[in-house]
Design a protein around this ligand. Sequence first.
Ligand code: ADP
Length: 490
Amino acid sequence: MKERIKQKNAIKRKSSSIHFLIWSAFLLFALAIILLFGISQVVIVRRTYMETVSRTLATNGKQIRQELALYEQSGGRDYSMFLISRMQKYGVNAYILDGDGSLLFPEKEELGEEFADFSAKLDFNERMAELKRRLQKESATVGDAILYTYGNDYVYGAMLPSFDGVGDADYLYVFSSVELSKAAVSDIVARTVLIGVFVLVLSFAVSGFISGALVKPLTELTDKAWALARGDFTVDFRGEAYGLEMAALADTLNHARDEISKTDRMQKELIANVSHDFKTPLTMIKAYSSMIREISGENPEKRNKHAQVIEAEADRLTSLVNDLLDLSKMRAGLENLKTERFNLSEYLLDVLEKFSYLTDSQGYVFEAEIEEGAFTLADRSKIGQVLYNLIGNAVNYTGEDKKVKILLKREQSGIRFAVTDSGNGIPPEELPTIWERYYRSSEMHKRPVKGTGLGLSIVKTVLERHDFPFGVDSTVGVGSTFYVLFPIAD
Ligand code: ADP
């Protein structure tokens, strides 16, 4: 009982670990998706944002330059006002700088406080050096413009005729930052969080559903297996809504249940049969010994007859015990096969010799067609048991003509041994069971070779251990042929 509770607890622990496994797998999956989504959002939004910024900067820069030319033509000279109004209109930074990066317009006094602070922080000297370097590389002259990135900024730079008459040229310097705005970033964060919550809820729901669907049938199967272990052979492992694999497992367990119940039934039958077969000779032995003691002890003739019965019954008991021992030793794999190469043709003739007394005394006819010199590789004495049992059965069950045919012939696939009788045959529904231990058809033996009901079981065990093909062809009312295919060992 304690053992069972322990096992049940172990099973419970394992089934909860399935829950845990699936849930953690889904959690990892969800986290990976959220992470991927967040990263892709940042990358995609940033790229589109940069494209838009560079495109609009190019248009805006050009526009400001054209407007500046028009403004000049129309006699406008308040460049500071002009630039400040354009900056507001287009949302960009626009300055006019001289060749060494000094700010010409908008003049410092004209800039608002905040804007002045911003402009003061700009490294105009370096920016100018970079612009000039790039213009030079392009061999640009007055009137030309270029577009490029500088740090986190997109820059539109144009070379213009000198505004203050100092030097050859001044420069229109327009730029926008490509840094994502705070609004854009928080937008991405909000979207990621939203999707994240959704994915998490969904993954918890799905993993809960999957592990439930998996664990429930497992628990059901476990309960049924316990019922089977308690000896209830009526349990049906098939359940509703089982997946393909669970259904396969249920089928396998059903098969195991059938096998166990068969073994259980056979074990009960075996005990019943063995006790019956032991009881009959023992009763006879007891009865005849009493008879010798009480009646026939003085009469040598009768006494001998009675003693013979006792001897015969004791022999029967001995062969029954020997067969049982052989079978259980072989089944338990305690006995190794002593494989050797031997002349099967001669060996079969030796075995047949043991049956020869039946020809003389009881009119049996053995029709033997035995090919000479057929060598095989097997455990000689075990094969002897096989031949003896199969021929013995044919003698026991053959028809009134008392004919038994024996064949040994080389074929492509091996040496075929076959023994045919002209008996009642075996009904097809009994065919699979005749090889089972202690199976016996209702008809009792009335023939010279007494069976123990273990013969075919021994034949099957020996041949299966050798891995030799064997079988039976039987037609009711015509007779049966039992055959074995031995390997050729020339
Ligand atoms: P038994 O000692 O009863 O012959 P076996 O294991 O040798 O035990 O055979 C099992 C059963 O198979 C037999 O009881 C019989 O019903 C059937 N059987 C075996 N050989 C033959 C045969 N040649 N013809 C008909 N039935 C057979």
